[in-house]
Design a binder for this molecule. Structure first.
Ligand code: CP
Length: 315
């Protein structure tokens, strides 16, 4: 594997999940693979889980790790080509990336959507520059349009907890006070559309996701109807995708918050969220603290998805 930016990079998804579950049984079995190899993790945005789980995954494989927080300690980077650099950014990404590539064997990049230009975000301008100019295998630690390490961990979790061969999985929009990228729901759609599940997406009108990710999935605008018979409820907020509202918050309607009454409509469903989560906006305390909540096992599986991806990039 030369890069990891979306589900297709994993090849056969069943094999990838099987490999991940094998790694989980003995995560130190491949300690030799990363010996004398350096993992560079570049963060343009904050992180708790991705930072810790990916670093741990690298350590499990015997790698050395360098973490660079671009906005804390490094030079401010210009990202637009053609700009006259007479402002507050002394270094251009086009020099910084190949320099970073000199010091490592694999590079992870976190660079969220900025919501300044849909084209800039959806062309994955920053991530693709790393792929083009670093000279090293690159993986996404959440980019503008996708979070494939998260979605892979989510699928591993569903595989571990499912009670039927083909569970019903519902992705539900839920309210949030700030504009959040579509990266997590996009990747979740990508993975669920490839997995052996019945996949339904529910959101208020105006929150339609990019068709490239939704593909054939069923979209149900009535949240309660969508919840009926569900085996897994995956909650997430995202800002509007469609023009002219790209990147805008159209609603903070708390009637979309996942609560115990709605969970009663399901087939005793598990609750999932990638974290961090705003309690009593996205989900009530009662639901996230219930035995059906998988938010911690999901986070734990981030180490496993990252380790599977790193192992494949090193091999
Ligand atoms: N779910 C996730 O990616 O968490 P962080 O933003 O804390 O890394």
């Amino acid at each position: 594997m030369k890069k990891y930016t979306n589900v297709t990079d994993l090849g056969n998804l069943k094999d990838a999940v099987k490999e991940a579950l094998e790694i989980k049984k003995n995560r130190y079995a491949f300690k030799h693979i990363g010996e004398n190899k350096t993992l560079l993790m570049v963060f343009f945005n904050s992180s708790l889980r991705t930072r810790l789980s990916t670093q741990k995954a690298g350590m499990n494989l015997g790698m050395n790790t360098i973490v660079l927080d671009v906005n804390q300690g490094a030079w401010k980077l210009e990202t637009e080509r053609g700009v006259i650099m007479d402002g507050d950014k002394p270094e251009h990404l086009l020099e910084a990336i190949p320099v970073m590539g000199c010091y490592c064997d694999v590079i992870g990049v976190r660079s969220f959507a900025r919501f300044e230009s849909k084209q800039f975000d959806y062309e994955e301008t920053i991530l693709n520059q790393f792929i083009k100019y670093s000279g090293k295998p690159v993986f996404s630690m959440e980019a503008a349009t996708g979070h494939p390490l998260q979605a892979f961990a989510d699928l591993i979790t569903i595989e571990e907890y499912k009670k039927t061969e083909r569970p019903k999985v519902v992705l539900t929009w839920a309210p949030h006070p700030k504009a959040l990228p579509q990266a997590v729901p996009n990747s979740f759609c990508d993975f669920m559309n490839e997995a052996d599940v019945d996949f339904v997406i529910t959101h208020p009108e105006g929150y339609e996701l990019d068709e490239k990710f939704v593909r054939g999935a069923k979209v149900e605008y009535n949240q309660q109807k969508a919840f009926e018979g569900a085996d897994f409820i995956y909650a997430k907020n995202w800002a509007a995708y469609n023009d002219p509202n790209y990147g805008k918050v159209l609603s903070t309607d708390r009637s979309w918050t996942v609560d115990a009454a709605k969970m009663l409509l399901t087939n005793h469903a598990y609750f999932m969220h990638c974290l961090p989560v705003r309690r009593n906006m996205i989900v009530t305390d009662e639901v996230i603290e219930s035995p059906q909540s998988l938010v911690i096992p999901e986070a734990a599986n981030r180490e496993i998805s990252a380790q599977t991806v790193l192992k494949r990039l090193l091999e």
